[in-house]
Design a protein around this ligand. Structure first.
Ligand code: SAH
Length: 245
């Protein structure tokens, strides 16, 4: 899997790419991240990448020429580039979208800055992605979120593949609670079932916790989750029992 990032602040990427899973995956050759400086594609004495907005108003706008020159220059040598513009106006990133992106070979991530990019740049990308309904000062952190989330689905990046499979959102549910030693911490005990050694019971408890947690914290997810008829009945019963208390 290859990531190519286009940015005017390449230095932002240095430390996130040089630690933990992303670092190891690059060392193993499972993925590569190349950060390209948009300024290298700017022409003129000042190598300007921004200019004032037509029609007036505050702030600066990223110019189309260097951005499109960078997109074309970088994509020229790639066989199947998928060009993404990080934008608060894009489709919201979800685990389903992450899984879809993980099937691609090469992602090219364009990071905006200032007031945004010249509107015509949108015609030169394949899709626009937002990481949430809030405003960032640039696309760099959003690009890193995409890289991190996608990379961990690439086989070999996360040690045991099953630890990715069970996680929150994978089956549309939040994950069950985790515990480690000690058995008692400030009077708080680890649930007995986890100490029982009974794998079937543990699996059932975890599934139920996952359902309950989703019901309590993110009921909106339940509608689309993979839940059996029996589990739906169990949840409905839980809801009525708890609402009458
Ligand atoms: N004025 C623009 C926002 C500019 S913010 C507008 O209202 O749409 C500057 C850059 O930060 C954007 O071009 C985009 O690349 C990035 N950005 C800001 N918020 C983001 C978000 N929620 N998701 C992804 N990228 C974002």
């Amino acid at each position: 899997m290859q990531f190519h990032v286009l940015t005017i602040f390449p230095e932002i990427f240095a430390s996130p790419l040089a630690a933990s899973l992303l670092k190891k995956a690059q060392e193993k050759g499972i993925l590569s991240c190349t950060v390209h400086n948009l300024r290298d594609y700017a022409t003129g004495r000042h190598r300007a990448v921004d200019d004032t907005p037509y029609g007036g108003g505050q702030g600066m706008v990223m110019k189309p020429e260097p951005v499109v020159a960078a997109l074309e220059g970088v994509c020229q040598s790639l066989t199947t580039p998928w060009r993404i513009f990080l934008s608060p106006q894009g489709k919201m990133l979800t685990q389903a979208k992450v899984a879809e992106l993980a099937h691609r070979e090469t992602l090219v991530l364009l990071c905006g800055r200032y007031e945004g990019v010249d509107e015509r740049i949108r015609l030169f990308v394949d899709e626009e992605i937002s990481i949430g309904d809030y405003m960032l000062s640039g696309g760099e952190l959003a690009a890193l979120v995409v890289i991190d989330a996608v990379a961990r689905l690439v086989p070999g990046v996360v040690g045991r593949h099953e630890s990715v499979e069970n996680e929150s959102f994978s089956h549309g549910l939040l994950e069950y609670p985790h515990y480690t030693r000690p058995e008692e911490f400030r009077g708080l005990l680890v649930p007995d079932v986890l100490l029982s050694g009974n794998h079937a019971e543990i699996a059932m408890w975890r599934r139920q916790q996952s359902l309950l947690r989703t019901l309590q914290e993110r009921p909106d997810l339940l509608a689309k989750a993979e839940v059996t008829e029996e589990e739906k009945r169990w949840l409905a019963q839980f809801k009525t029992e708890n609402s009458s208390q």
